[in-house]
Ligand binder design. Structure first.
Ligand SMILES: Nc1ncnc2c1ncn2[C@@H]1O[C@H](COP(=O)(O)OP(=O)(O)OP(=O)(O)O)[C@@H](O)[C@H]1O
Ligand SMILES: [Mg+2]
Length: 299
Protein backbone atom coordinates (compact mmCIF):
# COMPACT_ATOMS: atom_id res chain seq x y z
CA UNK A 1 0.00 0.00 0.00
CA UNK A 2 1.11 3.55 -0.69
CA UNK A 3 2.35 4.61 2.71
CA UNK A 4 1.49 8.29 2.26
CA UNK A 5 -2.08 7.47 1.32
CA UNK A 6 -2.31 5.17 4.30
CA UNK A 7 -1.14 7.93 6.61
CA UNK A 8 -3.48 10.49 5.08
CA UNK A 9 -6.42 8.16 5.43
CA UNK A 10 -5.55 7.50 8.99
CA UNK A 11 -5.18 11.20 9.73
CA UNK A 12 -8.60 12.06 8.34
CA UNK A 13 -10.13 9.13 10.18
CA UNK A 14 -8.62 10.42 13.40
CA UNK A 15 -9.81 14.00 12.86
CA UNK A 16 -13.43 13.14 12.19
CA UNK A 17 -13.49 10.45 14.81
CA UNK A 18 -12.03 12.84 17.34
CA UNK A 19 -14.83 15.32 16.71
CA UNK A 20 -17.50 12.65 16.93
CA UNK A 21 -15.86 11.23 20.02
CA UNK A 22 -15.93 14.58 21.77
CA UNK A 23 -19.51 15.18 20.72
CA UNK A 24 -20.87 11.75 21.52
CA UNK A 25 -18.95 11.25 24.69
CA UNK A 26 -19.84 14.77 25.77
CA UNK A 27 -16.41 15.29 27.24
CA UNK A 28 -14.25 18.32 27.54
CA UNK A 29 -11.24 17.56 25.37
CA UNK A 30 -9.11 20.03 27.29
CA UNK A 31 -8.92 17.81 30.38
CA UNK A 32 -5.65 15.94 30.37
CA UNK A 33 -5.46 13.72 33.43
CA UNK A 34 -3.40 10.65 32.54
CA UNK A 35 -5.46 7.61 31.66
CA UNK A 36 -5.23 4.69 34.07
CA UNK A 37 -5.71 1.22 32.63
CA UNK A 38 -6.76 -1.58 34.97
CA UNK A 39 -7.28 -5.25 34.11
CA UNK A 40 -9.58 -7.10 36.49
CA UNK A 41 -8.73 -10.77 36.43
CA UNK A 42 -8.96 -13.92 38.54
CA UNK A 43 -8.02 -17.26 37.09
CA UNK A 44 -11.15 -18.93 38.41
CA UNK A 45 -14.52 -17.98 36.94
CA UNK A 46 -17.52 -16.70 38.84
CA UNK A 47 -15.59 -14.86 41.56
CA UNK A 48 -17.31 -11.52 40.91
CA UNK A 49 -15.04 -9.80 38.34
CA UNK A 50 -17.76 -8.42 36.09
CA UNK A 51 -19.79 -7.04 38.96
CA UNK A 52 -16.67 -5.54 40.48
CA UNK A 53 -15.81 -3.89 37.17
CA UNK A 54 -19.30 -2.39 36.89
CA UNK A 55 -19.47 -1.06 40.43
CA UNK A 56 -15.90 0.19 40.42
CA UNK A 57 -16.67 1.95 37.15
CA UNK A 58 -19.66 3.62 38.78
CA UNK A 59 -17.60 4.68 41.77
CA UNK A 60 -15.05 6.33 39.45
CA UNK A 61 -17.94 7.87 37.53
CA UNK A 62 -19.31 9.36 40.73
CA UNK A 63 -15.87 10.86 41.37
CA UNK A 64 -16.29 12.71 38.08
CA UNK A 65 -14.01 10.45 36.08
CA UNK A 66 -14.76 9.46 32.51
CA UNK A 67 -14.78 5.69 32.45
CA UNK A 68 -14.64 3.13 29.66
CA UNK A 69 -15.16 -0.58 30.28
CA UNK A 70 -13.75 -3.04 27.78
CA UNK A 71 -15.58 -6.32 28.17
CA UNK A 72 -13.06 -8.96 27.28
CA UNK A 73 -15.31 -11.78 28.41
CA UNK A 74 -17.62 -13.68 26.11
CA UNK A 75 -19.12 -15.63 29.00
CA UNK A 76 -22.84 -15.75 29.66
CA UNK A 77 -23.08 -13.05 32.31
CA UNK A 78 -21.02 -10.44 30.55
CA UNK A 79 -21.17 -6.72 31.17
CA UNK A 80 -23.96 -5.87 28.73
CA UNK A 81 -26.19 -8.64 30.08
CA UNK A 82 -25.50 -7.55 33.66
CA UNK A 83 -26.63 -4.05 32.73
CA UNK A 84 -29.54 -5.04 30.50
CA UNK A 85 -27.93 -3.53 27.39
CA UNK A 86 -28.25 -4.85 23.84
CA UNK A 87 -25.24 -4.19 21.65
CA UNK A 88 -26.03 -3.73 17.97
CA UNK A 89 -22.49 -3.47 16.69
CA UNK A 90 -19.11 -4.77 17.69
CA UNK A 91 -15.48 -4.16 16.99
CA UNK A 92 -15.65 -6.14 13.74
CA UNK A 93 -17.87 -3.43 12.30
CA UNK A 94 -15.18 -0.90 13.15
CA UNK A 95 -12.48 -2.95 11.48
CA UNK A 96 -14.68 -3.32 8.43
CA UNK A 97 -15.01 0.47 8.35
CA UNK A 98 -18.81 0.45 8.49
CA UNK A 99 -19.00 1.85 12.03
CA UNK A 100 -16.89 4.18 14.14
CA UNK A 101 -15.69 3.38 17.60
CA UNK A 102 -18.48 5.56 18.99
CA UNK A 103 -21.14 3.50 17.26
CA UNK A 104 -20.10 0.39 19.11
CA UNK A 105 -19.77 1.95 22.54
CA UNK A 106 -22.78 1.40 24.79
CA UNK A 107 -24.05 3.89 27.33
CA UNK A 108 -23.89 2.36 30.78
CA UNK A 109 -25.17 3.86 34.01
CA UNK A 110 -23.90 7.35 34.80
CA UNK A 111 -21.57 8.52 32.07
CA UNK A 112 -19.90 5.13 31.66
CA UNK A 113 -19.10 3.82 28.18
CA UNK A 114 -18.83 0.14 27.43
CA UNK A 115 -17.08 -1.64 24.62
CA UNK A 116 -19.18 -4.79 24.58
CA UNK A 117 -17.89 -8.31 24.45
CA UNK A 118 -17.83 -9.72 20.96
CA UNK A 119 -15.86 -12.25 19.08
CA UNK A 120 -13.87 -9.22 17.94
CA UNK A 121 -12.81 -8.44 21.47
CA UNK A 122 -11.99 -12.08 22.09
CA UNK A 123 -9.77 -12.10 19.05
CA UNK A 124 -7.81 -8.97 19.88
CA UNK A 125 -4.85 -11.11 20.82
CA UNK A 126 -4.75 -12.43 17.28
CA UNK A 127 -5.15 -9.18 15.38
CA UNK A 128 -3.16 -8.56 12.25
CA UNK A 129 -0.65 -5.70 12.42
CA UNK A 130 -2.86 -3.44 10.35
CA UNK A 131 -5.80 -3.98 12.68
CA UNK A 132 -3.61 -3.35 15.70
CA UNK A 133 -2.53 -0.04 14.21
CA UNK A 134 -6.14 0.82 13.66
CA UNK A 135 -7.00 -0.10 17.21
CA UNK A 136 -4.15 2.03 18.48
CA UNK A 137 -5.55 4.97 16.59
CA UNK A 138 -8.96 4.43 18.05
CA UNK A 139 -7.44 4.40 21.49
CA UNK A 140 -5.57 7.57 20.71
CA UNK A 141 -8.89 9.16 19.87
CA UNK A 142 -10.48 7.94 23.06
CA UNK A 143 -7.44 8.70 25.16
CA UNK A 144 -8.26 12.36 25.58
CA UNK A 145 -11.78 11.58 26.67
CA UNK A 146 -11.20 8.84 29.19
CA UNK A 147 -9.65 8.93 32.63
CA UNK A 148 -10.12 5.31 33.62
CA UNK A 149 -10.18 2.20 31.45
CA UNK A 150 -11.37 -0.97 33.17
CA UNK A 151 -10.92 -4.29 31.39
CA UNK A 152 -12.95 -7.32 32.45
CA UNK A 153 -10.60 -10.07 31.31
CA UNK A 154 -12.93 -13.03 31.76
CA UNK A 155 -11.88 -16.24 33.49
CA UNK A 156 -9.14 -18.75 32.78
CA UNK A 157 -5.60 -18.32 31.49
CA UNK A 158 -6.37 -18.15 27.79
CA UNK A 159 -4.27 -16.10 25.34
CA UNK A 160 -6.92 -13.45 25.41
CA UNK A 161 -6.88 -13.11 29.18
CA UNK A 162 -3.08 -12.99 29.24
CA UNK A 163 -3.11 -10.42 26.46
CA UNK A 164 -5.40 -8.03 28.31
CA UNK A 165 -3.43 -8.47 31.50
CA UNK A 166 -0.20 -7.60 29.75
CA UNK A 167 -1.76 -4.70 27.90
CA UNK A 168 -3.03 -3.11 31.10
CA UNK A 169 -0.38 -1.64 33.28
CA UNK A 170 -2.28 -2.24 36.51
CA UNK A 171 -3.64 -5.65 37.38
CA UNK A 172 -6.30 -6.36 39.98
CA UNK A 173 -6.63 -10.03 40.88
CA UNK A 174 -9.97 -10.97 42.45
CA UNK A 175 -9.92 -13.85 44.90
CA UNK A 176 -12.49 -15.41 47.23
CA UNK A 177 -12.16 -17.71 50.25
CA UNK A 178 -12.63 -20.78 48.03
CA UNK A 179 -9.37 -22.77 47.81
CA UNK A 180 -9.81 -23.17 44.03
CA UNK A 181 -9.99 -19.41 43.66
CA UNK A 182 -6.64 -19.09 45.43
CA UNK A 183 -4.91 -21.80 43.43
CA UNK A 184 -6.25 -20.44 40.13
CA UNK A 185 -5.29 -16.86 41.01
CA UNK A 186 -1.83 -18.06 41.96
CA UNK A 187 -1.52 -19.96 38.67
CA UNK A 188 -2.46 -16.79 36.79
CA UNK A 189 0.02 -14.63 38.72
CA UNK A 190 2.71 -17.25 38.24
CA UNK A 191 2.27 -17.33 34.45
CA UNK A 192 2.28 -13.54 34.20
CA UNK A 193 5.34 -13.34 36.44
CA UNK A 194 7.53 -16.19 35.26
CA UNK A 195 6.71 -16.03 31.55
CA UNK A 196 6.15 -12.33 31.09
CA UNK A 197 8.07 -10.71 33.94
CA UNK A 198 5.06 -9.00 35.52
CA UNK A 199 5.84 -7.98 39.09
CA UNK A 200 3.02 -5.89 40.48
CA UNK A 201 -0.44 -7.15 41.29
CA UNK A 202 -3.20 -5.87 43.52
CA UNK A 203 -5.34 -8.37 45.36
CA UNK A 204 -9.05 -7.74 45.91
CA UNK A 205 -10.85 -10.24 48.12
CA UNK A 206 -14.52 -10.77 47.32
CA UNK A 207 -17.29 -12.62 49.13
CA UNK A 208 -15.95 -12.26 52.66
CA UNK A 209 -17.50 -11.13 55.90
CA UNK A 210 -15.09 -8.37 56.79
CA UNK A 211 -11.61 -6.95 56.38
CA UNK A 212 -10.19 -9.43 58.87
CA UNK A 213 -11.31 -12.44 56.84
CA UNK A 214 -10.11 -10.74 53.66
CA UNK A 215 -6.64 -10.13 55.11
CA UNK A 216 -6.46 -13.72 56.20
CA UNK A 217 -7.15 -14.88 52.61
CA UNK A 218 -4.74 -12.30 51.21
CA UNK A 219 -2.02 -13.52 53.58
CA UNK A 220 -2.40 -17.04 52.27
CA UNK A 221 -1.75 -16.14 48.64
CA UNK A 222 0.90 -13.63 49.61
CA UNK A 223 2.84 -16.23 51.62
CA UNK A 224 2.83 -18.79 48.81
CA UNK A 225 3.92 -16.12 46.34
CA UNK A 226 6.72 -14.96 48.67
CA UNK A 227 8.00 -18.51 49.00
CA UNK A 228 7.96 -19.47 45.37
CA UNK A 229 8.06 -16.37 43.20
CA UNK A 230 11.00 -14.03 43.45
CA UNK A 231 10.68 -10.26 43.08
CA UNK A 232 6.91 -10.20 43.14
CA UNK A 233 4.77 -7.59 44.84
CA UNK A 234 1.22 -8.48 45.78
CA UNK A 235 -0.51 -5.47 47.31
CA UNK A 236 -3.68 -5.74 49.30
CA UNK A 237 -6.27 -3.51 47.63
CA UNK A 238 -9.21 -4.31 49.88
CA UNK A 239 -12.33 -6.43 50.02
CA UNK A 240 -15.94 -6.60 48.88
CA UNK A 241 -18.30 -8.13 51.42
CA UNK A 242 -20.74 -10.87 50.59
CA UNK A 243 -24.00 -9.02 50.08
CA UNK A 244 -27.39 -10.48 49.23
CA UNK A 245 -28.25 -7.34 47.28
CA UNK A 246 -25.60 -8.10 44.67
CA UNK A 247 -27.38 -11.16 43.20
CA UNK A 248 -30.61 -9.16 43.41
CA UNK A 249 -29.07 -6.39 41.30
CA UNK A 250 -27.82 -9.04 38.84
CA UNK A 251 -31.37 -10.39 38.51
CA UNK A 252 -32.64 -6.90 37.82
CA UNK A 253 -29.81 -6.29 35.34
CA UNK A 254 -28.76 -3.11 37.07
CA UNK A 255 -25.62 -1.97 38.86
CA UNK A 256 -25.75 -2.61 42.58
CA UNK A 257 -24.27 0.80 43.37
CA UNK A 258 -27.23 2.44 41.63
CA UNK A 259 -29.93 0.15 42.88
CA UNK A 260 -28.79 -0.32 46.48
CA UNK A 261 -26.33 2.50 47.23
CA UNK A 262 -26.52 1.90 50.97
CA UNK A 263 -25.88 -1.82 50.82
CA UNK A 264 -22.62 -2.96 52.45
CA UNK A 265 -20.94 -4.06 49.21
CA UNK A 266 -21.91 -0.79 47.48
CA UNK A 267 -20.19 1.17 50.20
CA UNK A 268 -16.72 -0.25 49.59
CA UNK A 269 -16.46 0.77 45.93
CA UNK A 270 -15.93 4.52 46.43
CA UNK A 271 -13.15 3.67 48.89
CA UNK A 272 -11.55 1.22 46.47
CA UNK A 273 -11.74 3.74 43.63
CA UNK A 274 -10.12 6.43 45.76
CA UNK A 275 -7.42 4.02 46.87
CA UNK A 276 -6.66 3.18 43.25
CA UNK A 277 -6.66 6.80 42.29
CA UNK A 278 -4.11 7.89 44.86
CA UNK A 279 -1.68 5.04 44.27
CA UNK A 280 0.56 5.67 41.31
CA UNK A 281 1.05 3.10 38.57
CA UNK A 282 4.30 1.15 38.74
CA UNK A 283 6.06 2.81 35.82
CA UNK A 284 6.54 6.46 35.04
CA UNK A 285 5.66 6.06 31.38
CA UNK A 286 2.18 7.31 30.43
CA UNK A 287 -0.25 4.49 30.91
CA UNK A 288 -2.00 4.79 27.60
CA UNK A 289 1.22 4.85 25.65
CA UNK A 290 2.19 1.71 27.50
CA UNK A 291 -1.20 0.18 26.72
CA UNK A 292 -1.02 1.02 23.05
CA UNK A 293 2.55 -0.16 22.80
CA UNK A 294 1.59 -3.40 24.47
CA UNK A 295 -1.43 -3.92 22.24
CA UNK A 296 0.78 -3.53 19.26
CA UNK A 297 3.77 -5.53 20.34
CA UNK A 298 1.98 -8.46 21.92
CA UNK A 299 0.03 -11.25 20.38
N1 LIG B 1 -19.93 -9.62 46.90
C1 LIG B 1 -20.84 -10.51 46.50
N2 LIG B 1 -21.90 -10.82 47.29
C2 LIG B 1 -22.84 -11.71 46.90
N3 LIG B 1 -22.79 -12.38 45.74
C3 LIG B 1 -21.77 -12.13 44.90
C4 LIG B 1 -20.74 -11.17 45.23
N4 LIG B 1 -19.87 -11.14 44.20
C5 LIG B 1 -20.31 -12.01 43.28
N5 LIG B 1 -21.45 -12.61 43.69
C6 LIG B 1 -22.23 -13.62 42.97
O1 LIG B 1 -21.40 -14.26 42.05
C7 LIG B 1 -21.99 -14.21 40.75
C8 LIG B 1 -20.91 -14.15 39.73
O2 LIG B 1 -20.38 -12.84 39.66
P1 LIG B 1 -19.70 -12.28 38.33
O3 LIG B 1 -20.53 -12.61 37.14
O4 LIG B 1 -19.36 -10.85 38.57
O5 LIG B 1 -18.38 -13.17 38.34
P2 LIG B 1 -17.25 -13.26 37.22
O6 LIG B 1 -15.97 -13.46 37.93
O7 LIG B 1 -17.35 -12.11 36.30
O8 LIG B 1 -17.70 -14.59 36.47
P3 LIG B 1 -17.12 -15.14 35.06
O9 LIG B 1 -15.75 -15.65 35.35
O10 LIG B 1 -18.08 -16.24 34.71
O11 LIG B 1 -17.14 -14.00 34.10
C9 LIG B 1 -22.92 -13.01 40.79
O12 LIG B 1 -23.97 -13.15 39.87
C10 LIG B 1 -23.41 -13.03 42.21
O13 LIG B 1 -24.52 -13.89 42.33
MG1 LIG C 1 -17.62 -12.08 34.18
Amino acid sequence: MDQAIGLRNRASYSDTTQETANKNLNYDSTTTSPLRVFAITSGKGGVGKSNIVINLALAFDQMGKNVLIIDGDLGLANIDVLLGLTPKYNIHHVFEGVRTINDILLDGPGNIKIMPASSGVQELAELQDEQKLFLMEMLEVLEENIDVLLIDTGAGISDNVIYFNLAAQEKIVVITPEPTSLTDAYAMIKVLHTRYGERHFRILVNLVKDNREALNIYNQISKVADNFLDGLSLDYLGYVPKDHNLPRAVMKQQAMLHLYPDSPASQVFPTLAKRLQVTKPGKSDGNIRFFRHRLFSLG
